[in-house]
Unconditional design. Structure first.
Lengths: 114, 112
């Protein structure tokens, strides 16, 4: 299940299940969105991206869905594995003064139980 | 992490002391960024730089300073004015025209 509170939102799943991680973004003018994965004690790594002219983009075992109407992103991970356990962040690239300013969501902790 | 080196991995600061976190990259990327990460929170932008000798404040720049004298280097100084410096600090780069960030492995700063 998923819990939200003072701690990081957490999603717990069984190995082999599909996982869905959700994210709300703030700026309706943002045109580029990215999902990053952060393992404990490391820097985030790029997973998948999507432009605002798309609704869906698929990678290897991952799919990102974009709903611009409600400013919502989701990351779907198929056949979740223990190695997928990490914190997942969505980011929107906001343009300010000609520069891209990646702005991050709070993150969701994914825990995969064997 | 490849190509972005942050040092040290762990750093301890005494009260009233300034400390400097190093970030070096060999990716030849134009833009560099510093983010702060607190437990249970997302990444918050401290400073960013698009070109050498130019940098801009992010959302939480107070108590921090940076320099960008070389393309490869973007050190962050945590000054004594930063009253709550304990956090995980992440340096990142971005190549112009490619909008994804590449991150270093981070520096954990703690107060003694």
């Amino acid at each position: 299940g998923e819990s939200v509170g003072l701690h990081l939102p957490t999603l717990s799943v069984q190995e082999g299940d599909n996982s869905i991680i959700n994210c709300a973004y703030s700026n309706s003018a943002s045109d580029y969105f990215i999902w990053y994965k952060q393992e404990s004690g490391k820097g985030p790594q790029f997973i998948i991206d999507i432009r605002s002219n798309m609704d869906k983009r698929q990678g290897q075992r991952v799919t990102v869905l974009l709903n611009k109407t409600v400013k919502h992103l989701s990351l779907q991970i198929a056949a979740t594995q223990p190695g997928d356990s990490a914190v997942y962040f969505c980011a929107e690239n906001i343009i300010a003064g000609g520069s891209y300013i990646p702005t991050f969501g709070r993150g969701t902790s994914l825990i995969v139980h064997p | 992490d490849g190509g972005i080196t942050q040092s040290p991995k762990y750093l301890f600061r005494k009260e009233g002391q300034n400390v400097t976190l190093s970030c070096e990259q060999n990716l030849n990327h134009d833009a560099m960024y510093w983010y702060r990460q607190d437990p249970g929170q997302g990444l918050r932008l401290i400073y960013y730089s698009q070109i050498v000798n130019d940098f801009q404040k992010g959302d939480i720049a107070e108590g921090y300073s940076v320099s960008r004298e070389k393309k490869e280097s973007f050190p962050l100084t945590v000054t004594s004015a930063q009253k709550n410096p304990t956090a995980f600090y992440l340096c990142a780069t971005m190549q112009r025209g490619f909008e994804k960030l590449f991150f270093g492995s981070g520096t954990q700063l703690s107060v003694l």
